[in-house]
Design a protein around this ligand. Structure first.
Ligand SMILES: CC(=O)N[C@H]1[C@@H](OP(=O)(O)OP(=O)(O)OC[C@H]2O[C@@H](n3ccc(=O)[nH]c3=O)[C@H](O)[C@@H]2O)O[C@H](CO)[C@@H](O)[C@@H]1O[C@H](C)C(=O)N[C@@H](C)C(=O)N[C@H](CCC(=O)O)C(=O)O
Ligand SMILES: Nc1ncnc2c1ncn2[C@@H]1O[C@H](COP(=O)(O)OP(=O)(O)OP(=O)(O)O)[C@@H](O)[C@H]1O
Length: 491
């Protein structure tokens, strides 16, 4: 691409050396740089990309974009100094790929809990409606069937543009993004032209980063305000009418709001909800009439999630009747109150709850069909938001027996994590077991026929991060093996 065109929109810049007339690619990681490309230096949390400019030039970069003058070989590469390299990156990556989001139906879903579930639901419904769709989020990328891993829920700006561009090239018309508050506040979504954005809920999480709930709520609100002022193309905002932030988000955007809820008046409202151990049914009041809905997803929180997904797809023109028909066939989302099939007289679920609110919702979702004990295992990550730990255990105390453990301990000692959790316990029927595999085995060991066990916090993940290494780990496999020892061999 022509370098002058690419840099045209960045007004305040100082050029050192001679700009190459053309550039072939853009990188933010010096280890990936190829011949004739641009390397953009960005400041990280662990290292500073500016320190790798020299390496990028050695690997063939012909243009370096940075926030300060650097000691590089100007015979080999030009240097462009800008005020803010993250903004420059957003400008050039959008332009380089010719603004791919403008050519797609782009959905964005934010909120503390439910993002993965809602985005996966939208994706699965579109697929069952024979539409091509791509998905990006905690579980990675799904480019209409091709699965690629991702480090983040919302990945960096350049990767987002590359993925959106791949969707355009492959004629995948729909792109659904899980939007994290980190992603919003770090500008990872700058330039993405969303068509439908949705909010699930807001509760305690990530306060190590946002510090207060007020800051956290406003970071989420960026998704709605960044929908823009251009009313020529219709865009829609899907909001939870039962949430405190409803009014504030409503006024952050001039675009039409479609609401959903269980308690407040809403465009999509569920009533008469019946909970079962393998299905949920309810009456749906919608802008297109009243329908009986049956779904394989469990719990009240999944009623909220399904309403969110329905409202998003209704906004893009799908008929409610069709949505209801498709929803009755959908399997649960991987690792979100996913029932584990095992040869034991237990109801076992794998869940991803790792916030106080999600823990409460996960336990509440099995109360309607509880016969015997509820055993709840939960862990939390090391070196991350510590303030939520006691409240996590407080909510877990809703269960009859609680096992407090770790999920990704990283560099933190087991005892440090467990001590923080333990402070919130409301009764004395619990165990503290730092080693997660042992904790899972213990849950099966203490179980009795008729019990419900929820393994929370790891969901779909098949690893544990200890220090900075990922080790294979599966709650599901350990539970199945242990239940064979306890129940099958004992028969
Ligand atoms: C704190 C944080 O957000 N860190 C993100 C950040 O990593 P970092 O700041 O450590 O980056 P770095 O390693 O210091 O590198 C800085 C720059 O130098 C470059 N570099 C580095 C080394 C080298 O040899 N050459 C080189 O060019 C890097 O490519 C980068 O451009 O940039 C990386 C690449 O985009 C992210 O993967 C990484 O997310 C880490 C994994 C993370 O855990 N982030 C969490 C806090 C996060 O963002 N979570 C949210 C929400 C999750 C939720 O809702 O539960 C998410 O969206 O994932
Ligand atoms: N609408 C909801 N309200 C409250 N809790 C929910 C909701 N949806 C899901 N949960 C709970 O939160 C857990 C995580 O769900 P999900 O992965 O969909 O959320 P997420 O927002 O993507 O989380 P993360 O960003 O951490 O991946 C679920 O396993 C469930 O326990």
């Amino acid at each position: 691409m022509n370098t002058y065109n690419l840099l045209e929109s960045i007004k305040l810049k100082t050029v050192y050396g001679e700009l190459p007339p053309q550039v072939k690619d853009i990188f933010v990681d010096s280890r990936k740089v190829t011949e004739g490309s641009i390397f953009v230096c960005t400041r990280g949390y662990t290292v500073d990309g500016h320190d790798f400019a020299g390496k990028a030039v050695e690997s063939g970069a012909s243009l370096i974009i940075a926030e300060k003058q650097l000691d590089i070989d100007l015979e080999k590469a030009a240097l462009v100094v800008v005020k803010d390299s993250f903004k420059a990156l957003a400008q050039i990556s959008n332009k380089y790929y010719d603004y791919p989001s403008k050519k797609l139906n782009v959905f964005g879903v934010t909120g503390t809990n439910g993002k993965t579930t809602v985005t996966n639901l939208i994706h699965s419904i579109l697929k069952r409606d024979h539409q091509k769709a791509a998905l990006s989020g905690t579980i990675g990328f799904n480019l209409d069937g091709e699965l690629l891993p991702s480090e983040n829920t919302t990945c960096d700006n350049l990767t987002n543009q590359q993925m959106l561009n791949t969707a355009v090239e492959r004629d995948i018309q729909n792109f659904i993004l899980e939007v994290s508050s980190h992603g919003l506040s770090l500008g990872r979504l700058w330039g993405i032209d969303f068509d439908v954005v949705a909010f699930t809920n807001l509760s305690h999480d990530h306060l190590d980063y946002h510090e207060t709930m007020e800051h956290y709520g406003y970071a989420k609100g960026l998704l709605f305000s960044q929908l823009g002022q251009d009313l020529e193309t219709p865009k829609y905002v899907v909001l939870n009418a039962d949430e405190e932030w409803f009014d504030r988000y409503h006024y952050m955007t001039p675009h039409e709001v479609i609401s959903y809820g269980l308690e407040s008046n809403a465009d999509f409202k569920a009533e008469n909800i019946q909970y079962d151990n393998d299905k949920t049914t309810f009456t749906l009041h919608s802008p297109e009439g009243t329908f009986d809905v049956e779904m394989k997803l469990l719990g009240k929180f999944n009623v909220y999630n399904i309403l969110t997904a329905m409202a998003c797809l209704y906004a893009r023109g799908m008929e409610v009747e069709k949505l209801v028909e498709i929803i009755s066939e959908l399997p649960p989302v991987s690792g979100r109150m996913e029932k584990v099939e095992m040869d034991a007289p237990l109801s076992v679920y794998i869940d991803y709850a790792h916030t106080p609110d999600a823990i409460e919702k996960a336990i509440e979702s099995v109360l309607p069909f509880k016969q015997n004990k509820i055993i709840f295992l939960v862990g939390t990550g090391g070196n991350r938001d510590k303030s939520k730990r006691p409240t996590m255990a407080e909510k877990a105390s809703l269960a009859d027996y609680v096992i407090l453990t770790t999920d990704d301990p990283r560099y933190e000692e087991y005892d440090s994590i467990l001590n923080d959790l333990e402070k919130g316990m409301q009764h004395d029927k619990y165990a503290l077991i730092g080693d997660r595999a042992e904790a899972v085995k213990h849950a099966i060991e203490v179980s009795e026929p008729g019990d419900i066990i929820i393994f929370a916090g790891k969901g779909h993940e098949d690893y544990q991060i200890i220090e900075n290494t990922k080790y294979p780990h599966s709650d599901k496999n350990i539970a199945i093996e242990q239940s064979k020892i306890k129940y099958v061999t004992a028969k």
